[in-house]
Write a protein that binds this ligand. Structure first.
Ligand SMILES: Nc1ncnc2c1ncn2[C@@H]1O[C@H](COP(=O)(O)OP(=O)(O)O)[C@@H](O)[C@H]1O
Ligand SMILES: Nc1ccn([C@@H]2O[C@H](COP(=O)(O)OP(=O)(O)O)[C@@H](O)[C@H]2O)c(=O)n1
Ligand SMILES: [Mg+2]
Length: 208
């Protein structure tokens, strides 16, 4: 023996060329309801939900060497380098065995967007944009009670600023390509989902 190769060093993360991968990016400010609506979409339309924030929080919990850096950035409301986030997303996509993904909270800036594009060569089918006024997002975050380090007034304000300065330009980029499906996310959960269902109808015409 002694010739065993550490395969983990050079895994080819690219998807087989003949497999059509469907990706929908789900964007919106902090507290706009991305996670809530994604859970509903999964139940009705057979997508796998991947929340970039959840993957980063799991990475912290796993005791990874990047954990402290990620935790500090989340506490400050900053966007973690794409190198980290794109790897986590690709790994989760491959492990899921599915070919339809809701990518929630990503891409959050231009760097996220170009890194994902360059590495995966995947273009999103469309971008679901949850439009919600800041006062409503603020109320929701302060009532969320998930024990998150970043759900406090101080970090929340920083996250809103990052959203406007770094994430909205990504939405505008996709809007210029005709790819944004914007919905009013200030309404009650069920009413928002009614609007979401219309947008996702092509994925399962029987549902609407
Ligand atoms: N349409 C809605 N109306 C009222 N509260 C909502 C609505 N959508 C989500 N929430 C609540 O607001 C909080 C933030 O929702 P979440 O789905 O975690 O948003 P995001 O992932 O965009 O930050 C959660 O406590 C959730 O239960
Ligand atoms: N693409 C992403 C997504 C989240 N994050 C980090 O994770 C935090 C929480 O993201 P999240 O999507 O779980 O937050 P919500 O919008 O769901 O409230 C962000 O404020 C960032 O610090 C990131 O760095 N890059
Ligand atoms: Mg979320």
């Amino acid at each position: 023996m002694g010739t065993m190769v550490d395969a983990s060093k050079d895994i080819d993360w690219s998807f087989p060329g003949d497999k059509k991968i469907t990706v929908v990016f789900v964007l919106g400010g902090p507290g706009s309801g991305k996670g809530t609506q994604c859970a509903n979409i999964v139940k009705h339309f057979g997508f796998t939900h991947l929340s970039a924030g959840d993957l980063l929080r799991a990475e912290i919990k796993s005791g990874s060497e990047n954990g402290t850096m990620i935790a500090n950035m989340i506490k400050e409301g900053k966007i973690v380098p794409s190198e980290v986030t794109v790897k986590l997303l690709q790994k989760a996509m491959l492990e899921s065995g599915n070919d339809k993904f809701l990518i929630d909270g990503f891409p959050r800036n231009e760097e996220n967007r170009t890194a994902f594009e360059n590495v995966t060569k995947i273009e999103p089918e469309f971008v679901l944009f949850l439009d919600c006024p800041e006062e409503e997002m603020e109320r929701r975050i302060l009532n969320r009670n998930q024990g998150r380090d970043d759900d406090n007034i101080e970090t929340m304000r920083k996250r809103f600023k990052v959203f406007v300065e770094s994430s909205l330009p990504v939405v505008e980029y996709y809007d210029s390509k005709g790819k944004v499906r914007k919905i009013d996310a200030a309404k009650p959960v069920d009413e928002v989902f009614e609007a979401v269902k219309v947008i996702f109808a092509p994925f399962n015409p029987e549902v609407v």
